[in-house]
Design a protein around this ligand. Structure first.
Ligand code: HEC
Length: 282
């Protein structure tokens, strides 16, 4: 599978576009600093003149009208996951409390603010971590950070409670080093193929990798979890799939590396509306 994809990858753009290698080498690897959000936005605007930035969150479907129609037809693909997640969210713990009771307003309209920096813990806290903090406080067993049958369902529900809210991830001064770590990971080549996340989702956004058009870095954090084959796929689970494509040993779901990558990605999506449970075919 990897070999087939690799051939197709080279065939579709790497072999043809030696310019890509140059741009990548000069623009990223030797850069004194990673590009800022406005530099990334400007680059995507130049590179994708026919795509509205508000459509970036559609992922591959931003470049494919037929896929976009199917996405719309499957807009309710997450309904079962949301219902099952709601049941977990409101299920009583042994002490009579619930996940809902740990969050302001029962968890309504909070997801757009995650990940967030916790100055007491000195850590970037993802929504998944906040769920596990609640379970821990109440003496409950924790969820695996990317388990579709527990954490995935809960995230499908609580993020749906923020549908329509604009992503609003803050990076206070104390969090800048963590944010920079996420940005650095995004632009660092990793794995046997020597690709960075940015090689595909910035330099080659809109081009094809195997059968899929590559989604742009901006807009990638708005629509989690994805619903694939009826089951929720968390952002960390998807990033792990990309790391495998890159021939890199994937960081664990819930690791600091993926927390910081998520922090950076979510910040790039600031201002775009959250819409949980986007359908994906694969
Ligand atoms: C070799 C190319 C390649 C590299 C490198 C790569 N990805 Fe991907 N990624 C893909 C493909 C193909 C998809 C599925 C089509 C799409 O949505 O872009 C994808 C999908 C995604 C998605 C889901 C987008 C959506 O809306 O469904 C996210 C998020 C993502 N990648 C993040 C990352 C991160 C973070 C890295 C670096 C750790 C990375 N990718 C590295 C090829 C790549």
């Amino acid at each position: 599978m990897i070999a087939r994809t690799s051939n197709s990858f080279r065939g579709t753009f790497i072999g043809a576009a030696s310019a890509f290698i140059c741009v990548f080498a000069l623009g990223i690897a030797n850069a004194a600093h990673e590009p800022t959000k406005s530099e990334i936005a400007a680059r995507l605007l130049r590179q994708l003149p026919d795509v509205k930035p508000s459509d970036y969150a559609l992922g591959s479907a931003a470049f494919d009208a037929e896929l976009r129609t199917r996405l719309e037809e499957n807009a309710n693909a997450g309904a079962d996951a949301v219902a099952a997640g709601r049941a977990l969210w409101t299920a009583k713990f042994r002490d009579g409390r619930t996940l809902a009771s740990c969050f302001p307003n029962g968890g309504r309209r909070i997801a757009q603010n995650y990940p967030q920096y916790d100055s007491r813990l000195k850590r970037v806290v993802t929504l998944e971590m906040a769920v596990n903090q609640c379970l821990k406080t109440h003496g409950q067993p924790l969820y695996e950070p990317a388990d579709p049958a527990t954490m995935g369902l809960v995230i499908a529900y609580v993020r749906s409670l923020a549908d329509g809210q604009k992503i609003a991830v803050r990076v206070p001064p104390a969090a800048e080093a963590k944010f920079a770590e996420g940005s650095r990971l995004y632009f660092t080549r990793m794995g046997q193929r020597n690709f960075a996340c940015a090689s595909c989702h910035l330099q080659n956004a809109g081009r094809h990798y195997a059968e899929a058009a590559l989604s742009p870095a901006i807009g990638q954090a708005t629509h989690w979890p994805l619903i694939r084959g009826g089951a929720p796929v968390t952002l960390h689970a998807r990033i792990r799939e990309c790391l495998e494509l890159m021939g890199a040993a994937p960081f664990a779901a819930g690791s600091e590396e993926l927390n910081h990558l998520e922090y950076f990605l979510a910040y790039l999506s600031n201002g775009l509306p959250l819409k949980a449970n986007a359908w994906r075919e694969k």
